[in-house]
Design a protein around this ligand. Structure first.
Ligand code: AMP
Length: 143
């Protein structure tokens, strides 16, 4: 199973912000869209970073709620690790666990085409395990 099979089950859109948007804007988007991270795109649509709820919480803990007026550029992670649609689901799970982040933008032919989260990956693996158990049960019952 590959990342492409997860993307197929998700709405076909990338939720992103600009570097100059405020952290309050990011908090509003994460809440409205019920997600944990957004990609940061420049004026040309190139990805220049990622900002997650964890970045917001850390910054508020360090400097107080006043930081909500600061720009995305002040907290985003610039060096973004991506996956491709052809990558295995097991591989992305191992990568996210090892690097301790829960989001991976998906890059295909130089473009970011979506984002997967650890939640998507775990859901998919549980579904696969349940399907396998059901077919084994079926095999045993039918003999
Ligand atoms: P998360 O666990 O995804 O909320 O993110 C934890 C930290 O890792 C935050 O500082 C994020 O900006 C950063 N981060 C999240 N996803 C990625 C990624 N794919 N590549 C690099 N950094 C990331």
């Amino acid at each position: 199973m590959t990342v492409a099979s997860i993307l197929k089950q998700k709405p076909n859109r990338l939720i992103s912000v600009g570097e100059k948007d405020s952290l309050a804007d990011v908090a509003a988007i994460l809440t409205r869209e019920n997600i944990g991270a957004v990609t940061v795109l420049d004026g040309q649509g190139e990805m220049v970073g990622i900002v997650s709820e964890r970045d917001l919480v850390r910054q508020i803990a360090r400097e107080g709620a006043g930081v909500l007026g600061n720009s995305v550029a002040s907290v985003m992670t610039k060096s973004v690790v991506c996956c491709t649609p052809e990558d295995s689901i097991e591989g992305t799970m191992a990568l996210m666990t090892e690097r301790r982040f829960r989001h991976l933008p998906v890059r295909s032919q130089g473009r970011i085409i979506g984002m997967i989260s650890i939640g998507d990956v775990v859901k998919r693996r549980v579904e696969d395990a349940e399907r396998e158990a059901a077919s084994l049960r079926d095999y045993i019952v039918r003999g």
